[in-house]
Design a protein around this ligand. Structure first.
Ligand code: NAP
Ligand code: G4F
Length: 379
């Protein structure tokens, strides 16, 4: 009976400590150290912000010539005070294994998040070797550093895996058990990264998790990805700065979520007792055409479509002018036509669900870009 009571009281202390860690205020000694590769990207900024709010000491790696999201990096640095250097930026490049090893060795983080990648699927057809170098071998450099430094027990590792692994999909929706069939050098490189992190988990007990994330977007999304290209074009159209949106495959279907919802789950994966891989998605998909229709509807414009495939175009029903036109140069040599994720495992095991709907995401992005364009006009 005594032993039973002792175990129960230990468990109670453990649970209350876990609760305290989760709700710790943003003061006092940082609880844990995180190292984020790719901190200047969309997810890197949101994850750094999320971890700082959790009282982490956050180390972000950026390439020395990166100008991406510079104002966000400055904003995060602004959260440092003289006594509290909780956000630190380091220069680095995943292709340089000495650099990767030095960073891990000197920082000795509790958690490593690898968000760094050549993340543009279409560009990967132009620079396949570079893409495989960064997205594939770069991940091996991190894992090998963790192993060589004998830190398998102290460092937890998150790898940014992707729905692009499913490519030419074997089943709808896709789960953790769906076979992979990548359709681009980007997808192939990410497949290598995915399997090497599983291999280091099985061979060397590295606590490595693959987050198989479906598309997630935000106002920080790079302007070359389709959602941001559309919200910017619609905003410029509203202010008379852009007549036509030139676009590629209108029929492609994506499962689009909000990036801020998705960074939380990266952290959740590393807080579990065992390392596993998870599909992260909304479970609802839309075509590129639907995204365009909704974005223009947001500014009060209805589109009527004519012709099909590479000749398709859309007109503004009020003015009769062409405002969207398909251009073959935006098509890919091989396309991922449709993806749709089933995130049941994350829902059951991590208690994670997306909070933001498709319409809310669209509203967040449109509001932000309308504000951005109107400010540019004022200047
Ligand atoms: P992103 O905005 O393109 O950010 C990519 C980051 O990687 C940037 O900080 C970039 O730095 C950095 N980077 C590129 N090449 C590098 C190199 N050689 N060495 C070190 N850093 C390098 O991508 P994201 O949307 O935030 O996505 C984050 C990760 O999740 C990526 O790995 C992506 O492939 C993956 N992913 C994204 C989605 C999505 O829908 N967003 C879905 C699934 C998986 P610079 O500022 O120097 O360019
Ligand atoms: O916005 P996209 O370029 O994203 P894509 O290719 O799905 O990749 C993104 O999501 C992946 C997650 O599954 C990440 F792993 C990856 O790093 C990246 O973040 O294109 C979405 C769809 C494609 O089918 C594309 O063919 O939109 C179609 N599309 C049509 N016109 C276009 C365009 N894509 C772009 N970028 N530009 C166009 O003009």
């Amino acid at each position: 009976m005594k032993v039973f009571l002792y175990i129960v009281s230990c468990l109670a202390i453990l649970v209350s400590n876990l609760h305290a860690i989760e709700n710790a205020p943003e003061t006092g000694t940082p609880l844990k150290k995180a190292l984020i590769f790719g901190v200047t990207g969309q997810d890197g900024i949101y994850l750094a912000e999320f971890l700082l709010d959790k009282n982490y000491e956050v180390h972000g790696v950026k390439r020395s010539d990166s100008k991406k999201n510079a104002n966000c990096i400055d904003m995060l640095l602004g959260r440092n005070s003289d006594e509290k250097q909780r956000f630190v930026v380091h220069y680095g490049d995943l292709r340089d294994k000495v650099n990767t090893n030095n960073l891990i060795c000197t920082i000795m983080p509790d958690e490593v998040y690898n968000l760094a990648a050549q993340s543009h699927v279409k560009d990967s057809f132009d620079v396949p070797a570079y893409t495989i170098d960064v997205n594939g071998l770069g991940v091996l450099h991190i894992l090998e550093s963790i192993r060589m430094l004998n830190t398998e027990k102290s460092i937890r590792f998150y790898q940014a895996s992707t729905s692009e692994l499913f490519g030419k999909v074997h089943e709808i929706p896709q789960t953790e058990l769906t076979p992979f069939y990548p359709r681009s050098p980007y997808g192939v490189a990410k497949l290598c990264a995915h399997w090497i992190s599983i291999n280091y988990r099985e061979a060397y007990n590295v606590f490595s998790c693959n987050g198989i994330l479906f598309n997630h977007e935000s106002p920080l999304r790079d302007e070359t990805f389709v959602t941001r290209k559309i919200t910017l074009a619609a905003s410029r159209y509203k202010y008379g700065l852009q007549d036509i949106l030139y676009i590629g495959n209108l029929n492609a279907k994506r499962d689009w979520g909000y990036a801020k919802d998705y960074v939380e789950v990266m952290w959740l994966m590393l807080q579990q007792s065992t390392p596993e891989d998870y599909v992260i998605a909304t479970g609802i998909n839309h075509t590129v055409r639907e995204f365009i229709e909704q974005a223009y509807k947001y500014i009060g414009v209805d589109i009527k479509w004519y012709e099909s495939d590479q000749n398709e175009y859309g007109i503004d029903t009020k003015t009769g002018k062409v405002i969207v036109a398909v251009k073959p140069e935006f098509f890919r040599p091989t396309e991922v036509d449709v993806v749709l994720g089933n995130a049941e495992k994350a829902r059951n095991s991590l208690k994670w669900m997306p909070k933001t709907s498709f319409n809310e995401l669209l509203q967040i992005m449109m509001e932000s870009d309308l504000k951005k364009i109107s400010k540019e006009i004022e200047r």
